[in-house]
Design a protein around this ligand. Structure first.
Ligand code: NAD
Length: 314
């Protein structure tokens, strides 16, 4: 159990989740936000959430909710936040100029042992670290929402990120009980969103083309492929699906995969396909009305908690 210091910049949805993950593993966490009231509110929310997780049997780590909460404090000064920090997790809004300004500020105060990881879902690290003195200590550590229940973290280096920075962040994520994956070089969308968008594009085309309903196309994942994918990825799935493993699988099915793939059609620009958007929105809202979204999110979180417990047993 460690008592090293972690700094979190931005105390919104993702910043709060990281604070809880680090505290669950025994790290001392300081939460910083440009809005002081936001930090106070975040601390209150974290305290409530830790007790609620305990009551549901879903609290992570060995420490009580009280002991975890004691490890988390607020901070109103960026310089103070980085002092003696092992790791800074940046969680400010997804606006490139905001990130650029913050990283330039961090560059002035960062100590040589401190890694800065961005939670960004979309910005490659080179977009806001180029030209900085301490850029070799900076990378992306992208979580999936909700990070408390989904263990994947994508680690994405800029061309100038140190190998040691990537490896120490990977070790830190493992110490939290997260499951880091490492991209060898940055690419738009990282790995998760590239795959997620490929699925979204095809789902869009299938519904837009009148081939299948929203309910049924989502069921293809939730009652079909997704059940496998909670255990195996698509390559291991292929490996298990032919007598001679993955090489045999692609020899047998590669022609069919190429033929189907050639029929996909162009990439939709979802902002400009009003008719399909209206149809998808109408069917989605029939399934889950907007006023029921919060309830459905709670069901998702409860399901993911149980699923992660099951996965840990395998
Ligand atoms: P959010 O809006 O909930 O929280 C952002 C917080 O940052 C706010 O409290 C705001 O006051 C604070 N802030 C703004 N500017 C700041 C600054 N200069 N210094 C310090 N604090 C500042 O946002 P979020 O949903 O928590 O997203 C944070 C990051 O995490 C984004 O980069 C986003 O892409 C990424 N992310 C989000 C999700 C998600 O589902 N929400 C999932 C994965 C990654």
């Amino acid at each position: 159990m460690s008592c090293q210091k972690i700094g979190i910049v931005g105390s919104g949805l993702i910043g709060r989740a990281w604070a809880m993950l680090f505290a669950a593993a025994g790290y001392r966490v300081q939460l910083y936000d440009i809005l002081e009231t936001q930090v106070d509110g975040a601390l209150l929310e974290i305290q409530k959430e830790l007790h609620s997780l305990k009551a549901k049997g879903a609290l992570r780590g060995q420490l009580s909710p009280e002991a975890q909460f004691e490890l988390i404090s607020g901070c109103t000064d960026l310089k103070q936040l980085v002092e003696n920090a092992l790791h800074i997790q940046e969680c400010i809004p997804e606006l490139l100029q905001l990130k650029r300004d913050l990283y330039a500020q961090l560059d002035e105060v960062l100590e040589s042992q401190t890694v800065v990881a961005s939670s960004t879902s979309t910005f490659m690290p080179s977009l806001y670290t180029e030209g900085l003195k301490q850029r070799s200590q900076m990378l992306v550590a992208h979580p999936l929402n909700p990070p408390y229940f989904i263990p994947l973290v994508e680690l994405v280096p800029a061309p100038w990120t140190n190998k040691e920075t990537v490896e120490s962040t990977r070790q830190l994520m493992l110490a939290l009980g997260q499951r880091p994956v490492v991209l060898n070089r940055e690419v738009q969308g990282f790995a998760t969103n590239r795959i997620q968008y490929a699925i979204l594009n095809e789902v869009w085309r299938l519904v837009g083309g009148g081939i299948i309903s929203v309910e049924d196309v989502d069921r293809v994942l939730s009652d079909g492929l997704g059940l496998r994918y909670a255990l195996l990825g698509s390559l291991e799935t292929a490996h298990l699906n032919a007598p001679g493993g993955v090489a045999d699988y692609f020899q047998r099915f590669g022609g069919e995969i190429a033929a189907v793939s050639a029929s996909y059609g162009p990439t939709p620009d979802m902002r400009n396909e009003g008719e399909t958007l209206a149809e998808i929105a109408s069917q989605c809202e029939e399934l889950v009305p907007l006023e029921a979204l919060q309830q459905r999110r709670a069901t998702r979180d409860e399901f993911l908690t149980r699923l992660s417990t099951l996965k840990r047993q395998l």
